[in-house]
Design a protein around this ligand. Structure first.
Ligand code: FAD
Length: 460
């Protein structure tokens, strides 16, 4: 009787341990849209998932393997499939969201009770979150010692694509089109930039290894141009594994790749934190933040979301996010700091917007990063260190190239005025065709005022 490969965030053929294990059987694959998942993917991620499943479907089809799509409670769906196909085993790669861990444990014990063999594997991390322990056998809460340990591990070589013995069960598959994950208008901007799927992931990686990784350390903070790998959505959906990236980077430029690999370390660290502190997506990791005087302000939130704050770099970032489903890391830090410290809006509200609009939205990375910026997280930036959006802009986008790309109404302004148009003379603004309050907003808050207000709130 056949086996079932249950795909989740491992939408690839190579270096897929569950696929390797199931390939010893006749098998078919299933992707289940869990409609009870409290963290079901947001809009941009659903767009990605749609495209990625199409790509995987094609790869499986070429090898005679059927990919079945079903919506519902995973346990029920798997039980139905077992009944319909007389399958004897289910294999999957692990995910680490708290809800998923609990759900999968229940599924495993329930299927085992019915005599179905179940096995899960490490699929999306370099090390399991429970494998990394401090000298006192606890969880890490500081990144540097975590990284020092991780970088010394020599990871097994990634697996290649196994020979597959496809099985065509006579069961129905739902249609991807009917899941409506592919918004026509919004999707157009995403389509210009991204090629979801395993091939797209490898194209990105090889482009980056040929031209990017050598200068990663010196250029990774520059938001104009493509100086980082842009592998984050591919990694989130498991179209490529961190082990594959680790090996390829070391092979291509040895120890020089460490500044880049360190970022994969941050990804592992976020997941480690989520595993050990499952309340991280909702609650401050530092309890001293529990009485912080946040301000609920839906109008300011909307202004931030739509990139109309009057701070050009912040607005450029928020518009890049809306148009492409991605934002440069340095700019993510600046816009997040602006929301939390300049506007005093709770980090959870920013995290939710990112969740819906990022193609790489990832529970662990998103929550850990927002808490890092807010100062409430593990090993976080101190709250009193408040980014000045103008100085950041002058430093990391000195010629305003990034701003000109995403805030075209300021295109005719040059440095230094493009970083703070309200400081430019009436004559300069007029020449550039900028009318503050009309073609581009005045700053939503004054930096010095907002900084002091945040510091006072923190002191309280
Ligand atoms: P590269 O610089 O090429 O790094 C390679 C890989 O390392 C990335 O693909 C990513 O998987 C990982 N990585 C890089 N930086 C970080 C980091 N700071 N923390 C954890 N992992 C990292 N990343 C997400 O993948 N999903 C999110 O939902 C997410 N939300 C964020 C929210 C905020 C407020 C901030 C400040 C950062 C967030 N990040 C998130 C981290 C980071 O911004 C992105 O991973 C990175 O910009 C992706 O671009 P890249 O693939 O070119 O990264």
């Amino acid at each position: 009787s056949p086996a079932i490969l249950w795909l989740r965030q491992d939408l690839r053929l190579a270096d897929n341990i569950a696929l390797e294990a199931v390939s010893h059987h006749l098998f078919f694959a299933v992707y289940i849209w869990d409609d009870e998942d409290p963290w079901s993917p947001g809009g941009a991620s659903r767009w990605w998932l749609h495209k990625s499943l199409l790509s995987l479907h094609r790869s499986f089809q070429e090898r005679g393997v059927q990919l079945i799509l079903r919506k519902g409670k995973p346990l029920q769906v798997l039980k139905h499939l077992v009944q319909e196909t007389k399958a004897c085993a289910v294999y999957w790669n692990r995910c680490y969201e708290p809800y998923v861990i609990k759900r999968d444990q229940e599924i495993k014990s329930s299927l085992k009770q019915e005599g179905i063999f179940c096995q899960s594997f490490k699929g999306s991390l370099l090390t399991e979150p429970w494998e990394m322990q401090t000298t006192t056998k606890g969880a890490y809460q500081v990144f540097t010692p975590f990284w020092n340990k991780l970088k010394e591990i020599s990871f097994a070589r990634p697996l290649s694509v196994p020979d597959l013995q496809g099985f065509k069960p006579s069961v129905f598959s739902e249609s991807l089109e009917e899941w409506h994950f592919n918004p026509t208008l919004w999707g157009r901007g995403l389509e210009e930039i991204w090629t979801p799927g395993e091939q797209g992931a490898w194209d990105n990686l090889s482009g980056f290894l040929n031209d990017g990784i050598q200068s990663y350390a010196s250029r990774r903070d520059i938001p104009s141009g493509q100086y980082t790998s842009r592998l984050s959505p591919h990694l989130h959906w498991g179209e490529i594994s961190p082990t594959q990236i680790w090996h390829e980077a070391l092979l291509s430029c040895g120890k020089d790749s460490l500044p880049f690999l360190r970022q994969l370390g941050w990804r592992e660290f976020s997941c480690h934190l989520l595993f050990h502190f499952p309340h991280m997506p909702f609650q401050n990791l530092r309890v001293s933040f529990s009485d912080f005087p946040w301000q609920d302000n839906p109008d300011h939130l909307k202004i931030w979301q739509t990139g109309q704050t009057g701070y050009p770099l912040v607005d450029a970032g928020m518009r890049e996010l809306w148009h492409t489903g991605w934002m440069h890391n340095r700019v993510r830090m600046i816009v997040a700091s602006f929301l939390v410290k300049h506007l005093l809006i709770p980090w959870q509200q920013g995290k939710e917007w990112f969740w819906d609009t990022l193609v790489d939205a990832d529970l662990a990375n998103n929550a850990a990063s927002w808490q890092w910026v807010a100062g409430s997280g593990a090993d976080a930036a101190p709250y009193f260190r408040i980014f000045n959006p103008v100085l950041q802009s002058e430093k990391f986008d000195p010629h305003g190239l990034y701003i000109k790309q995403w805030v075209p109404e300021l295109q005719a302004l040059n440095s230094p005025h493009i970083h703070s148009p309200w400081k430019a003379s009436a004559q300069i603004l007029e020449k550039a065709g900028v009318t503050l309050g009309k073609t581009y907003p005045f700053p939503l808050v004054d930096h010095a005022f907002a900084r002091q207000r945040a510091l006072d709130a923190f002191a309280r």
